[in-house]
Design a protein around this ligand. Structure first.
Ligand SMILES: Nc1nc2c(ncn2[C@@H]2O[C@H](COP(=O)(O)OP(=O)(O)O)[C@@H](O)[C@H]2O)c(=O)[nH]1
Ligand SMILES: Nc1ncnc2c1ncn2[C@@H]1O[C@H](COP(=O)(O)OP(=O)(O)O)[C@@H](O)[C@H]1O
Length: 211
């Protein structure tokens, strides 16, 4: 909820994890519970999974369209992951932040690095770890949307992904979904209250003390 008393600049909440650790599940829950949080819908050149809708889960583009957006400066960040291109369209994010809304990003460590370089003050980053590698493999298989070869490729890359955990502000080990959602919510609530994000404080306190 937007604070009724003090104007605030929106923040950028990044969730990263190795594939299958649960960041999409946590994101979905958070978005359902928090009216002031909007998902940044990425563009990608990977094929849609069953049930994924263009414009909702991703903007599915061919490589030519993606490269054109890169050339036009339309991405806030972009990277290659598992041999496919992924990027964050710039305009929707800027519009939401300017209006005091918060934006949730499901992006990898390369994208997080780029956002940190360009917008450190607005960035809150959370890395989600699985409780064990066995649990990670089981979750990838149980999701049932990738072939065994793709699952194996993602497991092989997981250690590499996880080696970037030190670059994040917060770490959540996702054992139980409700508990992980509560933890990320707590991070979001606390970060919203940071003094430097509450841009309306000088006015607010000025009015309080203007007697
Ligand atoms: N840098 C960057 N990474 C992204 C973006 N969108 C998704 N990713 C990452 O790409 C990886 C693969 O995502 P996806 O194909 O949806 O597979 P999943 O993570 O197994 O659900 C994940 O690590 C995502 O966080 C983006 O816009 N930019
Ligand atoms: N804490 C958890 N315990 C058990 N299963 C989980 C948990 N978190 C996520 N899952 C399941 O694991 C699979 C992968 O989760 P997903 O959110 O798609 O991961 P990611 O977006 O990180 O690739 C899904 O089938 C999801 O329901």
């Amino acid at each position: 909820m937007q604070d009724a008393f003090v104007q605030r600049r929106g923040l950028m909440l990044v969730l990263s994890s190795p594939s299958g650790a649960g960041k999409t599940t946590i994101s979905r829950e958070l978005l359902g519970r928090d009216g002031n949080l909007a998902l940044s819908v990425s563009a990608t050149t990977r094929a849609p999974r069953p049930g994924e809708e263009d414009g909702v889960h991703y903007h599915f583009l061919d490589e030519g369209e993606f490269r054109r957006m890169v050339a036009d400066g339309d991405f806030l960040e972009h990277a290659e992951v598992f041999g496919k291109l992924y990027g964050t369209p710039r305009r929707p994010v800027e519009r939401t932040l300017d209006a005091g809304g918060d934006v949730l990003f499901d992006i990898d460590w390369q994208g997080t690095r780029q956002l940190r370089d360009t917008a450190r003050a607005d960035l809150v980053s959370v890395f989600v770890l699985p409780p064990s590698m066995d649990a990670l493999a089981e979750r990838l298989r149980q999701r049932g949307q990738d072939s065994e070869a793709v699952v194996r490729e993602r497991m092989a890359k997981a250690a590499d992904e996880m080696s970037h955990w030190r670059e994040y502000d917060y770490i959540v080990v996702n054992e139980s979904i409700p508990e992980s959602v509560r933890r990320v919510e707590a991070i979001l609530q606390a970060e919203r209250l940071r003094r430097e994000r509450q841009t309306g404080l000088p006015d607010f306190v000025g009015r309080l003390t203007d007697v």
